[in-house]
Design a binder for this molecule. Structure first.
Ligand SMILES: [Mn+2]
Length: 323
């Protein structure tokens, strides 16, 4: 099942009371896509909110636009619960009940992995879309809603963050076409938004980045680089995990690295962020541990200590180099 953006727009026009769900550890694409669509639905006079249950990362604070709430009782009736940039209940922990309230359930995403735990009434998956924000943009156009400055900022953020600022191989002509349209919106300033996203690092975050990059473990002659963020490291630098966003691209900027892996120790588990430069399929590695993502960018979680995680994950990462 893959519904068209047009058919979803037609359906949305008849609905009211819509909750939008970005994935846990929200990023610019998840929150930007949800907020953009929320604003478009509000422009059509509909009640709509973005349902979150964690703080918005500091560098994305401008994406809220008065849309987000952690209280689903703001809506008496939820005619649609819509997941964006994710497709499974385990990506919205703590918000399952709110999602279940949706009389209809929908999904708009660009990840390859298929949901097995939700019966969606409609799904739009575009694995070739650089960001869910591209699909959100097309949906907003199909709804006939004018793109406001707030919507443009949300879509731009979704796209710039998911493309590594237009450097990843997922960047296409369509990506630039959409951003080209955003530049025509009155007041739109990509430099200003980029500075909000990328240039508000704390001194502690920069110190943490330096610590991680200075203690990378290399494997297979430097083709694999593994970094670690422990709770201790966060505390020492007065940082939160969302401030670690810029580290993976730095790992991938090292000459000769094909696979970058960043292990993040949270209070409950260890999350692995995996990236590959050109050919290694890290989506397959992540899927082997119950995670998912894209061929060149994926993630998974582990329930044991970070030292063990490194030993375990390096084995399939080495295999991924051969395929
Ligand atoms: Mn995305």
């Amino acid at each position: 099942m893959n519904d068209t953006v047009k058919s979803i727009a037609t359906l949305l026009k008849d609905l009211d009371g819509i909750l939008l769900f970005p994935h846990i550890n929200m990023d610019g694409d998840a929150l930007g896509s949800c907020t953009a669509v929320c604003l478009a639905l509000r422009a059509l006079g509909k009640k709509s909110y973005v349902m979150i249950n964690e703080p918005v990362p500091k560098n994305l604070d401008f994406l809220e636009c008065g849309c987000s709430t952690n209280d689903d009782s703001v809506l008496d009736e939820v005619q649609l619960a819509l997941m964006m940039d994710c497709n499974s209940m385990n990506r919205i922990p703590g918000r399952e009940h709110a999602f279940e309230r949706g009389k209809l359930k929908g999904c708009i995403d660009h990840h390859m992995s298929k949901s097995t735990d939700i019966r969606f009434d409609f799904v739009r998956t575009e694995p070739k879309a650089a960001a869910t924000g591209e699909i959100a943009y097309n949906l907003i156009k199909a709804l006939g809603v004018p793109v406001t400055l707030d919507i443009a900022n949300c879509i731009f953020t979704a796209i710039t963050t998911d493309t590594g600022n237009f450097q990843h191989s997922n960047t296409t002509a369509r990506t630039h076409d959409i951003v080209g349209h955003l530049h025509k919106i009155e007041g739109f300033n990509s430099k200003e938004i980029s500075a909000l996203i990328y240039d508000r690092k704390s001194k502690g975050a920069l110190k943490m980045e330096t610590d991680v990059l200075g203690s990378l473990n290399y494997y297979e002659g430097g083709k694999i680089a593994v970094g670690r963020i422990t709770q201790d490291l966060l505390k020492r630098n007065g940082c939160t995990m969302d401030e670690a966003d810029g580290i993976v691209p730095r790992i991938m900027s090292i000459d000769g690295v094909e696979i970058g892996c960043l292990l993040k120790e949270t209070e409950m588990n260890v999350r692995a962020s995996l990236r590959s430069r050109a050919y290694a399929n890290v989506e397959r590695v992540a899927a082997g541990f119950g995670g998912g993502g894209h061929i060149l960018a994926a993630g998974c979680t582990f329930e044991f200590p970070i030292d063990e995680v490194e030993k375990i994950i390096v084995v399939p990462l080495k295999d991924a180099l051969k395929k």
